[in-house]
Write a protein that binds this ligand. Structure first.
Ligand code: FMN
Length: 167
């Protein structure tokens, strides 16, 4: 479902979908940077801003050899999470980067764009292709573009089934 100028945050959250087929229309660098900049207002502990973004060019993309070429998305990014001094800090960094990513996905969605989140970047051979330094986590590889499909939302479990009230 597409969204309008008067979209609320809740409507944007509800209507964002993973997109697996893209139009060839380019995304402007200005738009991409604006979505990433907005994303960086994500919560992050100790204000360490643990996200790093790789903008993946055609040679690197070809080496990733994805089965659908990321739905032919015009842009491909990898989002990394910085190493932590402890396993706990590493987990916190990944949590903050996940917030960054969700912000990015919603900002792109608000502008009518969409994204394909692929987890293949964490595989050792793909880490090597992306030249990821030791200790960094690849939280996702993202094809980004204007959707050529409008997938329906898969229904979610009733939220009450995910809630426990403690005394
Ligand atoms: C951590 C993470 C990894 C994901 N990796 C993949 C992936 O490798 N391939 C894929 O098709 N979708 C991947 N997805 C997208 C999910 O399949 C998708 O979010 C889910 O089906 C719900 O659909 P929606 O995003 O349209 O609500 C990933 C999502 C997350 C959060």
């Amino acid at each position: 479902m597409s969204i309008t100028n008067t979209t609320s945050v809740i409507e944007a959250i509800r209507t964002r979908r993973t997109i697996k087929s893209f139009k060839p229309d380019p995304i402007s660098e200005t738009d991409l940077n604006a979505w990433l900049e907005a994303a960086s207002y994500a919560p992050n502990h100790r204000f360490n801003e643990p996200w790093e973004v790789l903008v993946i060019g055609p040679e690197t993309r070809a080496k990733l050899n994805h089965k659908t070429n990321f739905g032919n998305a015009p842009i491909l990014l990898a989002v990394l999470s910085k190493p932590g001094a402890t396993p706990f800090e590493r987990d916190e960094n990944i949590m903050a980067v996940s917030c960054f990513i969700q912000n990015f996905l919603l900002a792109a969605h608000e502008a009518g764009a969409g994204a394909y989140w692929a987890s293949l970047g964490s595989q050792p051979q793909n880490r090597a292709i992306l030249n990821v330094q030791e200790g960094f986590d690849v939280v996702g590889v993202f094809g980004i573009g204007y959707p050529a499909e409008e997938p329906a939302a898969r229904p979610r479990a009733p939220i009450a089934s995910k809630m426990t009230h403690l005394s």
